[in-house]
Every structure is written in structure tokens, then in C-alpha cells.
Design a protein around this ligand. Sequence first.
Ligand SMILES: N[C@@H](CCC(=O)N[C@@H](CS)C(=O)NCC(=O)O)C(=O)O
Length: 207
Amino acid sequence: MIKLYDFPQSPYCQKVRLVLAEKDLSYEKIFVDLMENEQKAPEFLRLNPYGKVPVLVDEDEVIYDSTIINEYLNDEYPHPPLLPPEDSGARARVRTLEDFADNSFTAQGGLLTAELRKPPEQVDQERVQRYRADLGRVLEFLERNLEGKEYMSGTFSLADLALVPRLLQFPKLGVEIPSRLINVLAWSERVKRRPSVKQLQQDLGLV
Ligand SMILES: N[C@@H](CCC(=O)N[C@@H](CS)C(=O)NCC(=O)O)C(=O)O
């Protein structure tokens, strides 16, 4: 059976869980406690020399990095396809957007989370506003990208699934999608109707 070395709050692990669910694959979750630094234990480093989750083990294959895992899952379990099979340009667009999802939210989301974790009297509101504004600019890009499309790359793909964990973090970060971003709002409603996303929200205690 497929094994996923997982930390539930990790958006990278969530990306992989979404793909496993979309493909209706059974798997065993193995909790790696990042708070206890278990990802740097020698036995874990033998699986992933970077000492990071997620790691996926499928029989003899040990795969790390969420993007590579998700491409592996799509190659090995092709139905439903989450990368356009016949069009290399469209596949490149999905990969670019997946990369954008991984990179554009991480720094500011992390800084915002750290700021909001401080005792209320120590929170620097100017920083909070700045980080939220940075995330707002990311949403503006997504709005333009979604023009005339239902999903990030036209058809539903790995790009949408990479963005969902970020979308689900917004309430905790106090980020609201402005009402003028009609494409992002419609996309958000569309992806939240998917059983994979509903399941993840339930697993994370968000609904
Ligand atoms: N590029 C990697 C990033 C994975 C990553 O940064 N995972 C974080 C959790 S969100 C982690 O394991 N951090 C622990 C550490 O760096 O010690 C991927 O997409 O899988």
C-alpha cells in the first residue's frame, strides 16, 4: 500500500493528499512530528536527505518533493488526468502555476503566521497589513490568470490542487478575497465543492 509521510498542517502534504483523494487511492498516513524534529532523524533522512515532508513510498519507489510526488501519482495512476496528456504547452502552464502556488505564498504566509502567533500586544500591525497586502497582490495575479477560465489552467489540474491548501489558510491569516476578484471567488467556490477538498477541510477541522 502507498505510504505518505505526513504533517497535517503542511500545505505541501495537503497538496499530495488532495491528489491521492482525486485519484481515489488508498494509502497509509505516517505522522512525522515536525515539532519534535522527527524529519531530521537518521531514519527519516534515509528517505529524504532534505529532511522535509511529504515523502511518498509506493512499493520500491521513495519519492520526495510534493510536485514530483504529484507528477509521479499522475503518471502511475493516470485517471483522472491532472496534467493535460497531449499538450506540452498546457502541461508547462500547469507546472508554472504549481510552482507559483508553492513559491508565492510561502514566504509571506510564513511571516504572517509567525506575526499572528505572537502575544496580541507584541503583534506589529504594520507588518501584518504589509504581508496581507503582499498576499493580495498574489490574488490579483490569479484573478487575471483566471480570465475566461474555470480553472487555473483551463481544465482542472495539479495547479488548482496546489493552490487549494493556500486558499484554506486564508481565514486563519485574516486574508479575505475582495469582492471585486470575481474570478478568484468563483474558482474558490468551484474547488471547495470537490469531494477531495471537502474531505481535506474535514480532516483539518476547518468545517
Ligand atoms: N519543496 C518541498 C517543500 C517541503 C517543505 O518545505 N516541507 C516543510 C513542511 S511545510 C518541512 O518539512 N519542514 C521541516 C524542515 O524544514 O525541517 C515540497 O514541495 O515537498
